[in-house]
Write a protein that binds this ligand. Structure first.
Ligand code: HEM
Length: 511
């Protein structure tokens, strides 16, 4: 018995010593003062090996980060295993970083799974800030979804909005229910497909539906992407590639669909209506002497990522907006008064009406503030930077909690309330100063060079979809109110926990 006790005591002693050394080693290794003498930002207490992982497990990630920053401050240094992170949770800190160091934080970090068609090394989302990224960004903006390019493709959106309305009307006449997010996703994918690929993208063959299937599946694999981001490299070195299988299956099928569309585009080049966007990409692909060679895989990855970046985000925002509107009859009434007085009841609302519908725009903006579908922006410091009295070493991940910034009580009055009026004052003329101030703390589309290039299209798509649904239908739901509970788990996009299934009842009929 005595021997067992002394053996246990010995074991305990050795274990304690081992833990102490490990903690000391990790502390020195990860938290040592940089050689230049500046401190790292403050850090909450952490555990050996896992660092701060235990603080990030029990709620959606933006809420965990919000809880940490509420307790320890708006500028923190964290660690998850071997990954160092700087967490920013205030508008002023975010502004400070992007004003002076945007160039050094314009990289989204290493690729999780190289060959994947979304977030892989052939795409745009994770392309380093450099020549290739600049070339694609220029094509996207000037030929695809920048304001002037959008003016040229206006006709496409008129047709797709009409199709969206007719489909809802058809379901209403048949007394069927619809899921608002799915209807909005179809509108977004069909519009983006048509304006980027022209007639090679077939609405009749349900190309939009097929694209939705893949983007929804990839989104459902968010957790695997996040885990792969942290562990894929060490696991691959050990010959383990379990994480890849499921993601790559969807990726291959998505790529096959895009390849078929590309072939169709090439074969029917003479007798179909192409698009400036695709023609420019194809010309760059065929140009042997191009400075930055664009491969076929690059083009498919770009389309996959555009659909991924546009579909779930815009449809989820539409779903959040309609949920808020259905739960707030006064807002619904005010929206209808505005639309009826500007548009009337003989035609459906159009994107050209949006500038004359400030309350509708404010409702969309307030939805994006309170329910940002991408609540956490993530980048990586490509160079060490001095920020205030702190130093951030190269290779540190930067996490901006846009959710916390847009609910910061120091920046927003009643930050947890849905109050579209807060955006009305700044849309009136002569309020330039207020508008500029608001832009700094409104991060729904990110910020800096890597900010969202699709925001103009997103405002059009969400604004017109919500406008048509409010103008033309009453909405019947099960129960008195929409349940505003948020989906849990590690997700790319912040979504409602439950589908928003409602019955449309025609209010105005336009044939
Ligand atoms: C409500 C709708 C949308 C929201 C809330 C949204 C939000 C975002 C956010 C937060 C980012 C990251 C920005 C950053 O890191 O600073 C982003 C990036 C991006 N978005 Fe959007 N987005 C929306 C719609 C769209 C649409 C319609 C498109 C294209 C058709 C699009 C294409 C992209 C692309 C390509 C990027 C990557 C930019 C880069 O890495 O340079 N997004 N979006």
């Amino acid at each position: 018995m005595a021997a067992t006790v002394s053996f246990d005591f010995q074991n305990c002693f050795i274990l304690t010593l081992f833990c102490l050394f490990l903690t000391l080693f990790l502390f020195v290794f990860f938290f040592k003062k940089p050689k230049n003498g500046f401190d790292l930002p403050p850090s909450p207490p952490s555990l050996p090996i896992i660092g701060h992982l235990h603080l990030l497990l029990l709620a959606p990630i933006h809420k965990c980060f919000h809880k940490i920053s509420s307790k320890y401050g708006p500028f923190l240094h964290l660690r998850i295993f071997h990954v160092p992170i700087v967490l920013v949770s205030s508008a002023s800190m975010a502004h400070e970083i992007f004003k002076s160091h945007d160039m050094y934080v314009s990289f989204r970090g290493a690729v999780a799974i190289d060959e994947c068609i979304v977030f892989g090394s052939f795409g745009f989302l994770r392309a380093p800030y450099g020549g290739y990224w600049r070339l694609i960004k220029k094509i996207i903006t000037t030929k695809g979804i920048g304001p002037q390019a959008l003016e040229r493709s206006h006709g496409v959106r008129v047709i797709e909005l009409e199709r969206f309305y007719k489909n809802l009307l058809d379901k209403a006449m048949k007394k069927q229910s619809v899921e608002i997010g799915e209807e909005a996703m179809r509108l977004v994918n069909n519009t983006l497909g048509k304006l980027s690929m022209g007639s090679a993208f077939s609405v009749e063959d349900n190309d939009g539906g097929k694209v939705s299937e893949f983007t929804v599946k990839l989104s459902a694999l968010s957790r695997t992407f996040f885990v792969a981001q942290i562990f894929n490299e060490p696991l691959e070195k050990l010959g383990i590639s379990l994480l890849k299988k499921e993601i790559m299956e969807v990726s291959h099928r998505f790529e096959e669909l895009l390849e078929k569309t590309l072939v169709r585009y090439e074969e029917e080049m003479d007798d179909h209506q192409g698009t400036e966007f695709m023609d420019t990409l194809m010309a760059a692909y065929r140009d042997e002497n191009a400075e930055y060679k664009i491969t076929r895989k690059n083009i498919k990855a770009l389309f996959a990522e555009l659909f991924f970046g546009a579909g779930d985000t815009s449809s989820t925002t539409t779903r959040w907006a309609m949920a808020e509107i259905i739960n707030n009859p006064k807002i619904l009434e005010k929206l209808r008064e505005e639309i009826d007085s500007v548009v009337g009841k003989t035609r459906i609302v159009q994107e050209t009406d949006l500038p004359k519908l400030p309350y509708l725009q404010a409702v969309v903006k307030e939805t994006l503030r309170l329910h940002p579908v991408a609540p956490v922006l993530s980048r990586e410091f490509e160079q060490g930077c001095k920020i205030g009295r702190f130093y951030i070493p190269e290779g540190t991940s930067l996490v901006i909690n846009a959710y916390a910034v847009m609910r910061d009580p120091d920046s927003w009055e009643d930050p947890n309330e849905f109050k579209p009026e807060r955006f009305l004052a700044s849309s009136r003329s002569g309020q330039e100063e207020e508008r500029r101030e608001q832009a700094l703390k409104f991060l729904a589309f990110g910020t800096g060079r890597r900010g969202c290039p699709g925001s103009s299209l997103a405002y059009i798509l969400v604004g017109t979809a919500v406008g048509v649904m409010v103008q033309c239908f009453d909405w019947e739901i099960n129960g008195d109110n929409v349940n505003m509970e948020e989906a849990t788990g590690l997700k790319f996009f912040m979504a409602l926990a439950n589908p928003l299934t409602c019955r449309p009842l025609p209010r105005i009929i336009n044939h």
